[in-house]
Write a protein that binds this ligand. Structure first.
Ligand SMILES: [Zn+2]
Length: 259
């Protein structure tokens, strides 16, 4: 039995697409404009995936399929950062129309504030099969903090998501892509299985489950121009002793009293 518990789950990590906002208009500053994809362009991206015989999924779906040893060759991970409200208004219904899912990384202190998702909206998305991940409490660059503050930003944000949503929360996205060894220790402490940075420059060597890179999808860049990256050779990560992370035990612990 012990051997079974210690069995490693091998996960083929597909290309990971990183979006921020999906909206009909964007705030007038240059950065927001680059991070805002129109609903029409996002739908076109999903249509391209379908035409390429690929399917967008959230991290929970990837993990479950991998643990069940089912094929994951046709998957692409789609992620949204920062918890903007337009993700519920536009991205969520478009994903549902295509029968696809994605991961939404939430900055917990921003929930319910102007232009950001409410807990009810996040809950509705989670109940519809979307994966919810952590993105710190206050959107700070973690590697600039001491360990105690990193622990607060990571562990408290993940605990808040689990307590408010009753979902497992197995993924984390580092704000601004920045992390260090202490950040890795903090996400381990929070029982996170997959953590994402932004650009490959932050990745040190071989793909590791807590420092996965993503492909930034910028406004005005049709996914078709990234088609080669969508079919890039797969990366594999080995998760030790992670079996059952999405099982009922995790949910019970998430619902239990704060320790
Ligand atoms: Zn962010």
């Amino acid at each position: 039995m012990i051997a079974l518990l210690l069995a490693a789950t091998m996960v083929r990590v597909p290309p990971v697409l990183m979006y921020h906002r999906v909206d009909t208009s964007s705030p007038p500053d240059v950065i927001s404009e680059r991070l805002t994809t129109s609903p029409r362009a996002f739908a076109a991206d999903l249509a391209l995936l379908r035409a390429e015989h690929l399917r967008a999924v959230g991290i929970d779906d990837l993990y479950r399929l991998s643990a069940e040893h089912r094929p994951t060759n046709d998957l692409v991970l789609v992620t949204f950062d920062d918890g903007y409200r337009d993700q519920y208004r536009y991205a969520f219904p478009i994903l549902r129309r295509f029968g696809m899912t994605a991961t939404f990384f939430i900055t917990t202190a921003n929930v319910g504030t102007a232009h950001h998702l409410t807990w009810n909206e996040i809950r509705t998305m989670a109940n519809a099969g979307m994966s919810i991940g952590g993105h710190s409490v206050e959107h700070v660059s973690l590697s600039a903090l001491d360990f105690e503050d990193q622990m607060y930003q990571v562990v408290y944000s993940v605990a808040t998501l689990r307590n408010m949503l009753h979902v497992p929360v197995i993924a984390y996205a580092y704000p601004d892509g920045l992390f260090d060894r202490q950040t890795i220790a903090a996400v381990r402490q929070a029982r996170i299985l997959f953590a994402f940075t932004t650009d490959p420059i932050h990745q040190d060597g071989a793909p590791a489950s807590l420092e996965l890179t993503r492909i930034r999808v910028l406004a005005g860049t049709p996914l078709a121009t990234l088609a080669a990256e969508l079919h890039a050779p797969p990366a594999y990560v080995r998760l030790l002793n992670a079996s059952g992370a999405l099982g009922s035990g995790e949910r019970d612990r998430a619902n239990g009293p704060h320790r």
